[in-house]
Structure formats: C-alpha cells, structure tokens
Design a protein around this ligand. Structure first.
Ligand SMILES: [Zn+2]
Ligand SMILES: [Zn+2]
Length: 318
C-alpha cells in the first residue's frame, strides 16, 4: 500500500509499505478520507518524531474486525489516541494526559491506504455509516474546537473574538454564533464573510472578554492582548514555537487579570460532541476543505497549506 511519511525539515515522501495486520481485538480499516491537520504543519513539532507517517483526521471502512461493535463493511471514525478511562487523570477529565492516551496511535498513521486500530482505541471510535466520509474526517479537528470552547466556559458568541481565520478559526466561528473573527489576510477575511461570518481585518476598535488565538505566532498573541478587555480569557489553540514569546510586558497580563487557557488535542467527550455537530450539519467538509486530493498530491499540498496558499487539504482515497 501507499503512505505519506514525514522527514525532518518538512519533507513528505510517498512510499510503499506492507498493509498492517489486524491487531488482536481491533480493526483493520481501508482509509476513505484523511485531512491534513494544521498541527502537522508545525515542523519544529513534527521533527521531534520524524520520520513518521502523518495523518489522524480519518474516516474509513472496516475490512477486518475483531470487535462485533464494528463489523466488516461499516464506516468508522477512530480517534488516534484513547484514554484508559480509569486513572486519576481520566477521572477528572484530563484525558489527553492519561498514559494510555499517550501510548496509543493509529498504525502506521492516517495518510495510508490502510491503517490498524488497536482494541484500546475502540473506546474512542465512532460508527459513521450515516455520514459522508469527508464530513466524518472532520470529527477530530472539530473535537479540538469543542474542547477549546468548553475550556473557555462556553462563552456566548458576541463576547468572543477569534484571531486567525484559517480552517481552525472558521470551525470555531461556526460553533460560536455571533463571534467576531479577525485576520491580517484580506482573502481569508473575504472567504469568512462569504460564509456569512462576521470577519474583519485586524483592528483595535473593540475589546473582547473571550479571545481564542489560532496560529502559534507571537504577533497573533500580541493582537489578542491588544483587543483583550480587562479580566479577559485568552485561549491558546496552538503552542508558540520553542523560544518564542510575545513582546508585551508581562506585568500587563497581571494588572489586566488576563486568564490564559491552553487547549491541547481532545478527548472522547469532545469527539462525541463533534460528531453530533456534524450529524446536525452545523459543519461540513465543503465549507472548510479547499482541496480534496489524491495521496500522490499530498507533498505538493503540504507546502501550499503551510504557506497559506490553500485553506485545507484532505486526501480522498479511491
Ligand atoms: Zn488534527
Ligand atoms: Zn486514564
């Protein structure tokens, strides 16, 4: 089978590899769709695990099954990590810090014609026979958005500003009706407006009590601080690169009572919420995926998405 392997420095290669075996108690899945995640464009982060097969925003058809809940022929959306559900961290809902969550993964990864889903991962795997595979492949990124919104305390739309109108910003806007979205890129602002969203080029005209910053960039965090009302909550959806730090003086954050909320990945509660939004058609792949491509076109699309030339690529397998 074919797969896409990431090499340090941001190089992606399409390679041949054997189809993985069906794990004991798990599934072997034929991939139908796999989104290219914005997080996979952070080369400093990916270089730490290179070389490896990328892809985790997946939907596919079960071709071998050792679990009767997921019979051969059904469509599944597995999360690429799943928690044990019993440890101290799981009991308080900190699923992404559970050692089982961290040790589980899809084999070899989602950007492959087939992938194996271990028995542990089935606790966060959904049946999605009723969904189009392209929409189903949005469950994981949307679940990360659900987590961020929950951690902000489910704020009401008009108190919220979204900084950055790439794909993750648009997904936030779709779930936070009335939120105001900002971007420095005119094209992105226009696209969001065409979707009926309140999108603006960066301006300091209004202050907001809840702000979510999409890109892991100092400039974006500084802009969030500029539009933050006193006592505002700022959610960081992506990490800043190692060594990066916003230029604002730290004492400003203190005297303004700024609350920082980090939100890393998502747990089973979030995937369950995300799939319900997709079933309700609040979010569709066609709204946020600009390029549906074959696997062979992924190395090219990777560079384009990284440079901001395309919104989001999704590989569709035939
Ligand atoms: Zn993702
Ligand atoms: Zn656990």
């Amino acid at each position: 089978m074919k797969l896409a392997r990431y090499y340090a420095g941001g190089e992606l290669r399409i390679e041949e590899a054997p189809v993985p075996a069906c794990p004991a108690g798990g599934l072997l899945v034929r991939t139908e769709a796999c989104g290219l995640c914005s997080g996979e464009l952070m080369t400093w982060y990916l270089d730490r695990k290179a070389p490896h097969v990328i892809g985790h925003e997946v939907a596919g058809i079960v071709v071998e099954s050792e679990d009767s809940r997921f019979p051969v022929g059904c469509r599944v959306v597995p999360h690429h990590h799943a928690p044990c559900g019993n440890c101290e961290l799981c009991r308080r809902g900190a699923f992404v810090h559970c050692p089982t969550w961290k040790s589980t993964r899809l084999v070899p990864g989602g950007m492959a014609e087939f992938f194996a889903v271990s028995a542990e991962l089935l606790t966060d795997t959904h049946r999605a026979d009723d969904l189009n595979p392209r929409d189903a492949a949005l469950v994981e990124p949307l679940a990360c958005v659900c987590k961020q919104i929950r951690r902000l305390g489910n704020p009401c739309g008009d108190s919220v500003a979204i900084v950055g109108l790439g794909v993750m910003g648009l997904l936030h806007m779709q779930l936070l009706e009335g939120a105001v979205g900002f971007d420095i890129n005119e094209e992105r602002v226009d696209r969001a407006r065409r979707m009926g969203l309140d999108a603006r080029e960066n301006s300091l005209e209004h202050k907001f009590s809840n702000i979510v910053v999409m890109p892991g960039s100092e400039k974006a965090v500084e802009f969030a601080l500029d539009i933050a009302a006193p006592d505002a909550t700022i959610g960081l959806f992506a990490p800043l690169a190692p060594g990066a730090a916003p230029l604002h003086p730290w004492e400003d954050y203190y005297f303004n009572d700024i609350k920082w909320i980090n939100s890393y990945s998502c747990g089973p509660n979030d995937t369950a919420e995300a799939i319900s939004h997709i079933r309700a058609k609040r979010v569709k792949a066609l709204d946020v995926v600009s390029d549906f491509i074959p696997l062979d076109a992924l190395p090219m699309a990777y560079g384009k998405m990284q440079r901001g030339e395309i919104l989001k690529a999704m590989v569709v397998f035939d």
